[in-house]
Design a protein around this ligand. Structure first.
Ligand code: GDP
Length: 423
């Protein structure tokens, strides 16, 4: 029985989790998102087209898969409604039968996004690189118990009073700290009508649903967002996200707190990329970086920072995610190199270390780089381990040996079928 499987990021995010979940969902009945919100995208390419999924679990493209947004998610009604509409317009079936939202998910309120942008502007040249989707203000308020639960939408009078209280409190910050206009009742009413009401058919007690699904031996996949190094508690603080992205949190955020996850698929990228600010020890610059960025398509709303695979950070990510098997993605991107660099250790205060240093020491670290021979041929059509060039196998084995966890999947292209299954 395959209950209790998680798929999570090992690095800084953008590892290619979306394409792996899209592939793996053929073996699962239920996919559950357990944290995060509209702040990171999973790219999925399939017969319907190319999609960026932010909030919806990546199982939405499989007809028989039920997708659950757990209580740990930052539920942004406006964002979710727009995402659902975009998919429906392209012919993807999204109904309360295949998408279920936890009544215990907290709502990301309109002012969370505004406050995120206002604070980022205030920070000026000390910005953290927030995506301005309201995630940090949302999680701050969630833990301060200053937001509302999705299930409150079914009690309009109580909801209105609750929002009134929150609005009055939040208006003090908006007007006195940031010198902005206060939120009005009309704005809240419009928000409820336009974005919250249409979500009501999807909201239910998902813990009850998942408990029943598990009892019926349905196979459940817990889908993580971002990567281990962005975890609030164990990532590179304060350059983290505001939620826990680790497998350890998955049962809580998904709404199955008594679940034991025994299979953890960690997604590792064959090189490194990082969006936003913060220490990134293996970072490349200049022409070398530009080449990798171009080959890897590492551009979002701004160019991504790139570097060779970082074995120190990757080993740490594997450990804190408790990964039991690895999917290595984007190996095809490295096909054009005579020599492939790897960051094998860090140098800190003149000494080499292979242990992940405390976050505030990372800025003092330098990468120790080793090179391996490249394979210099197109591998995007390779489908078996045996057909990979020896140099590619050596590169994969080197990463595997460093992590101490088996690489079971090697992705050589963004499409569903561009995969080598190993072992
Ligand atoms: P996620 O946030 O971890 O789901 O990662 P993304 O969805 O942002 O994936 C990063 C990008 O890499 C997307 O454009 C994917 O289509 C692409 N991608 C994923 N795996 C591969 C691969 O093996 N090869 C290539 N060339 N592209 C890939």
């Amino acid at each position: 029985m395959d209950a209790g499987t998680a798929i999570v990021g090992i690095n800084w995010g953008d590892e290619g989790k979306g394409r792996m979940v899209d592939l793996l969902t053929e073996s699962f009945d239920v996919v559950v998102r357990f944290q995060g919100g509209g702040n990171a995208g999973h790219t999925v390419i399939n017969k319907y087209g190319e999609f960026m999924l932010h909030l919806l679990p990546s199982g939405v493209f499989r007809p028989n898969v039920v997708n659950v947004l757990g209580n740990g998610v930052a539920l942004d009604p406006e964002h979710l409604i727009n995402e659902i509409k975009t998919l429906q317009d392209k012919g993807v079936d999204i109904t309360p039968e295949n998408v279920k939202i936890s009544e215990r998910a907290s709502l990301l309120l309109p002012w969370h996004r505004w406050l995120d942008a206002l604070e980022e502007n205030r920070l000026a040249d000390k910005q953290f690189g927030s995506t301005k989707k309201g995630i940090a203000p949302f999680y701050s308020d969630k833990y301060a118990k200053k937001t509302v639960l999705a299930g409150e939408l079914f009690y309009p009078e109580l909801l209105r009073q609750h929002l009134q209280d929150l609005k009055q409190w939040k208006n003090m910050t908006l007007t006195r700290v940031y010198d902005q206009a206060p939120v009005t009742d009309e704005a809240i009413d419009t928000w409820i009508r336009s974005y919250c009401e249409p979500l009501k058919p999807f909201i239910q007690d998902t813990t009850e649903y998942l408990t029943k699904a598990r009892a019926e031996h349905k196979r459940i996949l817990f889908e993580g967002q971002l990567g281990a190094l962005r975890d609030l508690d164990f990532g590179i603080y304060p350059y983290t996200t505001s939620s826990n992205v680790l497998t350890g949190y998955a049962p809580i955020g998904a709404g199955l707190p008594d679940e034991k996850i025994d299979r953890v698929i960690g997604v590792v990228k064959a090189y490194s990329s990082c969006v936003g600010e913060g220490p990134f020890v293996c970072e490349m610059f200049g022409e070398e970086a530009e080449k990798l960025r171009r080959l890897g398509g590492e551009y979002g709303h701004r160019p991504h920072r790139v570097g060779p695979i970082d074995l120190v950070a990757t080993r740490y990510g594997v450990k804190i995610q408790a990964a039991t098997e690895i999917a290595l993605t984007k190996l095809d991107i490295l096909s054009n190199y005579d020599e492939i660099p790897l960051c094998v250790r860090y140098k800190l205060n003149g000494e080499e270390t292979d242990k992940m240093p405390f976050p505030c020491l990372l800025d003092k670290c330098e990468p120790v780089i080793e090179y391996m021979k490249g394979w210099k041929c197109d591998i995007s059509n390779v489908r078996t381990w045996w057909d990979l060039p020896q140099e590619a196998k050596d590169y994969v084995k080197r990463i595997e040996d460093s992590m101490g966890v088996i690489i079971k999947w090697i992705s050589v292209g963004p499409e569903r079928h561009s995969i080598i299954r190993r072992g």
